[in-house]
Design a protein around this ligand. Structure first.
Ligand SMILES: [Mg+2]
Length: 219
């Protein structure tokens, strides 16, 4: 088989009706917009790291007393759902012994809702994690370092460990933060993508919103 590792983005790729999980939760918990904008600007000016930005924004959720149930309400209200054909696609790739990974800036709570057995399906899961105490309040946070340009680093890390060449790696994603990893992967698939900048660096562009469409390009 030409490809040995398939990496997936989450928001907009494995999960439908979603561009940014962070935005969804900020809207739901009605966090302070000025503080959000300020942290975002600091990140883009390289004054703070991605991880610091993420931790800052999670603190805003804490300030609003966000609970686990609140996160699930946001997911329900946003009408999020698993992408059409996602499960069949993942299981087919797994059956064919390909390594599977999630490399995403999304949050563990979304996967917990839609792919509760994700640790059995994926060999590696890179995303930000929030944990809750018995009352449902946020107790601990582990923000990922592997969003944006960092996504490519995560793929290289897996490839190195597994002795796989980058040319044998495939990546599926939808947004501009996927650009760098899309360029580095042997097969870059732009899926459910509305951005020409990403489509331009992709090897394959899939317009039909059914994840099974990726299979014939990988297998
Ligand atoms: Mg995405």
């Amino acid at each position: 088989m030409k490809y040995k590792l398939v990496c997936f983005d989450v928001d907009g790729t494995l999960i439908d009706n979603l561009t940014f999980s962070w935005q969804l939760f900020h809207d739901h918990f009605q966090t302070d917009e000025h503080k959000r904008d300020d942290a975002k600007r600091k990140f883009y000016n390289k004054e703070i790291s991605y991880r610091e930005w993420a931790e800052h924004d999670i603190q805003l959720w804490k300030d609003r007393n966000a609970t686990k149930q609140g996160f699930f309400d946001a997911i329900d209200n946003g009408k999020l759902r698993l992408m059409e054909g996602a499960m069949e696609t993942l299981l087919e790739l797994k059956k064919r012994k390909l390594k599977l990974a999630i490399i995403s800036g999304s949050l563990n709570i979304i996967l917990e809702k839609f792919i509760p057995d994700c640790n059995d399906i994926f060999d590696d899961v890179f995303l930000s994690r929030i944990y809750f105490d018995e009352k449902g309040s946020i107790s601990k946070v582990e923000a990922t370092e592997y969003d944006m340009e960092g996504k490519a680093l995560a793929m290289r890390k897996i490839a190195e460990r597994e002795n796989i060449r980058l040319g044998e790696c495939a990546f599926v994603g939808d947004y501009l933060n996927d650009r760098k990893i899309m360029e580095e992967a042997g097969l870059g698939i732009a899926f459910n993508c509305r951005h020409d900048e990403l489509k331009k660096v992709a090897d394959v562009v899939i317009e039909k919103k059914d994840l099974r469409e990726i299979l014939r390009h990988i297998i």
